[in-house]
Design a protein around this ligand. Structure first.
Ligand SMILES: Nc1ncnc2c1ncn2[C@@H]1O[C@H](COP(=O)(O)OP(=O)(O)O)[C@@H](O)[C@H]1O
Ligand SMILES: [Mg+2]
Length: 268
């Protein structure tokens, strides 16, 4: 299912944050949106998934205008949002977190819910032996895997993820991104927002660069990674070295980015 965003403006009260975003993800495409802390990436994903009203602009899913749909209706249409900071329910078991992820499909066939769960377990085999464990006792990487698995329980055809690499060691970032690549290869459409440009470039089909509420560059990762504006301004560490890139996470996220030319696929 394709995703199309045109001329999207959104913000908080009188604060305008997004100033006319255009973004397209074709069916089975993985599009990365990179940008510094505060660029508006999370705001874009919230607006896309119906959590924040648009000031103007349109959102289409598979060519259907879904502008103004609320989060639950969008979820039933096929869009799932994996929010930032891997918000799992810490006192609930891994299994119960997954059940909640399938909430919007509760009236659908049980076989489809089981298949979604089996596929998520196959993608993240670490979760299977931990199904009865409280989600809050998982490691950071496992919690991120659970957050993604929970999103998959909604049986989405478009999955949008907010900074899945934040705070994770490079090897785990590699594992997560290779799972996202697998989902794309299976035909899912993905939009991944990241400050970790290297991880995103290694797997994305296309990249959009956001700055202060606008898309300032877009293209295929090979071309963009040699673009002096990206190499100098972003891949050079401008982004991830951002001083207030999310309190506890920044320290852990930065070494992964600074580790040079290691490709995510080599870190798994
Ligand atoms: N809930 C909110 N209320 C008011 N302003 C917000 C809120 N969330 C984010 N902002 C502001 O919107 C801008 C973009 O933030 P955000 O979308 O979180 O950026 P990013 O995800 O790229 O770091 C920032 O200036 C931020 O302060
Ligand atoms: Mg954010």
């Amino acid at each position: 299912m394709s995703l199309g965003v045109r001329g999207l403006h959104a913000g908080y009260g009188r604060l305008a944050v997004l100033h006319g975003i255009d973004l397209t993800a074709g069916e089975g495409e993985l599009v990365a949106v990179i940008g510094a802390n505060g660029a508006g990436k999370s705001t874009l994903l919230r607006a896309l998934s119906g959590l924040l009203p648009l000031t103007s602009g349109t959102v289409h899913l598979a060519g259907t205008d879904v502008t103004g749909y609320g989060p639950e209706k969008l979820a039933r249409t096929g869009l799932a949002h994996v929010p930032e900071n891997r918000l799992v329910f810490p006192s609930l078991s891994v299994a119960d977190n997954l059940v909640l992820g399938g909430y919007t499909r509760r009236r659908g066939p049980a076989a489809a819910r089981k298949e979604a769960r089996d596929r998520a377990m196959a993608l993240f085999p670490r979760l299977e032996p931990r199904l009865e464990q409280a989600a809050g006792t998982l490691s950071g990487g496992e919690q991120q895997m659970l957050a993604i698995a929970r999103g998959l329980m909604a049986q989405p055809r478009v999955l949008v993820l907010d900074e899945p690499s934040v705070g994770l060691a490079p090897r785990l970032v590699g594992e997560i991104f290779s799972a996202l690549g697998q989902l794309r290869d299976d035909g899912l459409t993905l939009v991944v927002v990241e400050q970790n440009a290297r991880a995103a470039f290694a797997v994305a089909d296309r990249v959009s660069v956001m700055d202060r509420g606008r898309v300032v560059l877009e293209g295929d990762p090979a071309a963009l990674s040699t673009d002096p504006r990206v190499a100098g301004g972003f891949l050079g560490g401008g982004f991830a070295a951002d001083a207030d890139a999310g309190a506890d996470a920044a320290g852990a996220a930065t070494p992964g980015v600074a580790s040079g030319a290691t490709r995510a696929t080599e870190r798994t």
